[in-house]
Design a protein around this ligand. Structure first.
Ligand SMILES: Cc1ncc(COP(=O)(O)O)c(C=O)c1O
Length: 388
């Protein structure tokens, strides 16, 4: 039998990291020692207290059954108290908080609740690839908002043609930003709220990196801005905040109708988040003050070392205030893909080509600070030997 895949699969490029993984494997097979700065997956362990809580929770047979769809009220209450403590924003845990099997899961499902075939979705470029793919899966049309250096990597909403804005159902934004590591202040979020009101667009702010910030900086929640809860929701994740990427735990908060729309999609697709993991997440949210200083100090040291090293080599890179990514301008004469290939072939360094995050990412590569200082030093030494 000939297996024919659905057209929607042909519409999406291969998942960015799948391509890089292939190249990495090829070089590894040739005996190359690979320094992987490709995927933003923390190398540090989950704090011990969270692990111990999970161990206990796993023993409880009550946690072996199907969890509730929307998340345990205990976990949602922990989210609400964390939100108030961290951002000064009050949430109703029953209607304004939803557990997610990682924030990626929520981002992948949200267009199914609000986007009809042919509707536009406003998607940042460069941006986390799931915004574009989830739009396509729902039959929507991504309209890309270029994030340019001269605008501080914020989208220029006034450049969106009125006829597109009128047909747009959803706007994705993400600060602190992956891949550019840019941050957003209150004026930008206020502009987003006004824009969303004007065109009746649901705002999805992806705050997966809200707790990875440096030099004392504390990123804002979109919901801190007046009127934000009337137009949108915010996605959060425990993945980066507590080094829990493998655990799959996140949440969405905000407008109760938007939360319930996403919840309705989820009840038809998944059966909730393993309760033992929710109990461990509850412990994390009550116990720790975030950003967690012990994690932040490590990334700060890595950032400073790597930025200095890259600048000495002559590469242009800003010292980020948040996220564990470096967004590096590539030297003239190369495309992003060519430069990434050069790095892996000549130095065994995996970096992500910027165009993989969208066309406007061309001219950049992204490096993740998710390996230790010794390896980063080694990476700099190897880079010094390349003639570019
Ligand atoms: C911008 C952004 N949003 C969301 C996610 C998904 O995180 P998770 O599904 O682990 O919560 C990631 C992961 O890298 C990300 O970079």
């Amino acid at each position: 039998m000939r297996i024919e895949k659905a057209k929607r699969l042909e519409q999406i490029p291969p998942y960015l990291f799948a391509e890089i993984d292939k190249k990495k494997e090829e070089m590894r097979q040739r005996g190359m020692d690979i320094i992987d700065l490709g995927i933003g997956d923390p190398d540090l362990p989950t704090p011990r207290l969270i692990i111990e809580r999970l161990k206990k929770a796993v023993e409880n047979p009550k946690n072996h059954r199907y969890p509730s769809y929307e998340g345990m009220i205990k976990f949602r209450t922990a989210v609400a108290q964390w939100y108030e403590k961290r951002f000064g924003v009050k949430l109703d845990p029953r209607t304004e908080v939803l557990s997610l099997i990682g924030s990626k899961e929520g981002i992948a499902h949200i267009p199914l609740a609000f986007v009809n075939p042919g509707d536009y979705v406003l998607v940042p470029s460069p941006g986390y690839p799931v915004y574009r793919v989830s739009t396509i899966f729902a039959g929507g049309i991504p309209y890309f908002l270029p994030l340019l250096k001269e605008n501080g990597f914020l989208p220029n909403l006034s450049k969106i043609p009125v006829e597109i804005a009128e047909k747009a159902k959803l706007l994705f934004i993400n600060y602190p930003n992956n891949p550019t590591s840019a941050i957003a202040g209150k004026p930008f979020f206020e502009e987003v709220v006004a824009f969303a009101h004007r065109y009746q667009i649901v705002v999805c702010h992806d705050a997966a990196y809200s707790e990875i910030a440096f030099d004392g900086y504390q990123p804002l929640s979109f919901l801190q801005v007046e009127g934000a809860k009337e137009v949108g929701i915010e996605f959060h994740s425990l993945s980066k905040t507590f080094n829990m990427t493998g655990w799959r735990i996140g949440f969405a908060v905000g407008h109760s109708e938007i939360i319930s729309g996403l919840g309705r999609v989820k009840t038809n697709i998944d059966s909730g988040l393993f309760q033992a993991i929710q109990e461990a997440g509850t412990e994390a949210l009550y116990h720790f003050d975030t950003p967690l200083p012990e994690i932040i100090e490590i990334y700060e040291r890595r950032r400073d070392m790597m930025v200095r090293g890259l600048q000495e080599i002559g590469l242009e890179v800003d010292r980020p205030k948040a996220t564990f990514y470096l967004w590096i301008q590539i030297p003239g004469g190369y495309t992003s893909a060519q430069f990434a290939t050069l790095l892996i072939e000549q130095a065994g360094i995996v970096a992500t080509p910027g165009n993989g995050f969208g066309e406007a990412g061309e001219g950049y590569i992204r490096m993740a600070l998710t390996v230790d200082e010794k390896r980063l030093k080694e990476a700099i030494e190897r880079l010094k030997k390349i003639n570019f």
